[in-house]
Write a protein that binds this ligand. Structure first.
Ligand code: NAD
Ligand code: TYD
Length: 360
């Protein structure tokens, strides 16, 4: 049976991928790796914990990770591990550089030293930066133009992964850039779960600035399905023209082409909970250096691998809101452990740094 090594497996997308993988391939042997950082939550793996091997390890530690590879001999590797929250990166960029840049390189190096059948490095739409006015979307050929501490650290990791693709083409290392994900098990410091859990506790949803910033939204299981297809795709050798054309590298952008403004996301959540958006949303100070818009084109993934999203936005958003409403024990434990997770950016100027405090 194939051995899968999945990093960041106690986070939002990694945990969903482990669930998805065991549905798709019930016999798969899964080695789930996570260092349980701020966003890591072993409870996300509760439904499958008896069917996996969990390893608490830091992907940026070469010695530890190489030993782990030698012990488990993975066939397939998916690297989801990253520090992922833009807001938190503003407070302290160093952990982001370690996980997102050094961690990406260490994982690639392990797959070089202990060869695997294929390795997917999971990256983000955000490495392309903010979509310029008048531009329809980003593609795999767009220049990397990250400008936030989170996305710049991810872009640094991307560059190393591209270097591994070009230097060690026999490695079968691939990369994906996905749009914003929504679904169950997302830490309630991100917009959608923060919004639902606030309203369920009688608090308003804090919308940064005018709320007209927009994101390209995709259900997490459609993302998992795309990553799985990229992992197993028979892609053939990298052509030499890829040296000057990143569109020819094994890089795939993922989106369901569904752009929504932040204010409309907040309205959706309140509406789904049967309340009046006018009473349950408040505009608060914007975060510094806030990218206005992201949209990405999945045409290459559709054309070359035949991937299509199978979930409809409205139906799945409603199901997501209901999931948080039904799983209060899951997020109440997180809030009990970590405290309030909203950010108050009005305190940046006052205190020199924002504090993750409730806006209420
Ligand atoms: P998350 O923060 O919920 O989970 C990340 C997990 O990685 C956490 O459990 C954390 O403990 C772990 N981790 C971080 N650094 C680690 C390290 N050095 N060693 C071991 N484990 C470590 O994030 P997520 O939303 O699940 O994102 C997963 C991946 O998908 C990230 O690479 C992110 O950049 C990418 N991505 C996320 C989105 C999104 O909308 N959430 C969109 C596109 C791409
Ligand atoms: P988030 O889910 O944190 O992802 P990202 O910043 O990486 O896109 O936020 C999505 C959008 O929602 C982003 O434009 C910031 C905004 N936002 C708010 O307006 N209020 C909030 O409390 C949070 C956490 C985010």
């Amino acid at each position: 049976m194939a051995v899968y090594l999945v990093t960041g497996a106690a986070g939002f997308i990694g945990a969903n991928y482990v669930h998805f993988l065991l549905e798709r391939e019930p016999e798969a042997q899964v080695v789930a790796v996570d260092y349980i950082g701020f966003a890591g939550n072993l409870a996300n793996l509760d439904p499958v914990i008896d069917r996996i091997t969990f390893e608490k390890a830091d992907i940026a530690d070469l010695e530890v990770m190489e030993a782990l590879y030698r012990r488990h001999r993975p066939d397939y590797v998916v690297n989801f591990a990253a520090e992922s929250h833009n807001d938190r990166a503003i407070l302290g960029p160093s952990a982001f550089m370690r996980s997102n840049a050094l961690g990406a390189q260490v994982m690639a190096e392990c797959s070089r030293l202990v060869p695997v059948r294929s390795h997917v490095h999971v990256s983000t739409i955000e490495v392309y930066g903010e979509l310029p006015a008048g531009q329809k979307w980003f593609t795999e050929r767009s220049p990397l133009n990250a400008k936030t501490p989170y996305s710049a650290a991810k872009a640094a990791g991307d560059q190393m992964v591209r270097a591994y693709m070009a230097t060690y083409p026999e490695m079968n290392i691939r990369m994906t850039h996905c749009a914003n994900n929504f679904g169950p098990y997302q830490l309630p410091e991100k917009l959608i779960p923060l919004g639902v859990t606030n309203v369920l506790r009688g608090r308003k949803i804090p919308v940064y600035g005018d709320g007209l910033q927009s994101r390209d939204w995709l259900h997490v299981l459609d993302h998992c399905d795309a990553v799985h297809q990229v992992l197993h795709a028979d892609l053939g050798p990298i052509p030499k023209e890829a040296a000057t054309d990143p569109g020819l590298l094994p890089i795939f952008d993922i989106s369901a082409r569904h752009e929504v403004t932040n204010i409309d996301i907040a309205r959706f959540v309140v509406h789904e909970l049967g309340l009046d958006p006018a009473e349950w949303i408040e505009h608060i100070e914007d975060r510094p250096n806030h990218d206005r818009r992201y949209v990405i084109n999945p045409e290459k993934l559709e054309r070359e691998l035949g991937w299509r999203p199978s979930r409809q936005f409205d139906t799945e958003m409603a199901a997501t809101v209901r999931w948080y409403a039904a799983n209060t024990g899951w997020w109440e434990q997180i809030l009990a452990d970590k405290g309030e997770l909203g950010f108050d950016w009005s305190r940046v100027a006052l205190e020199g740094q924002a504090r993750p405090v409730s806006t209420q």
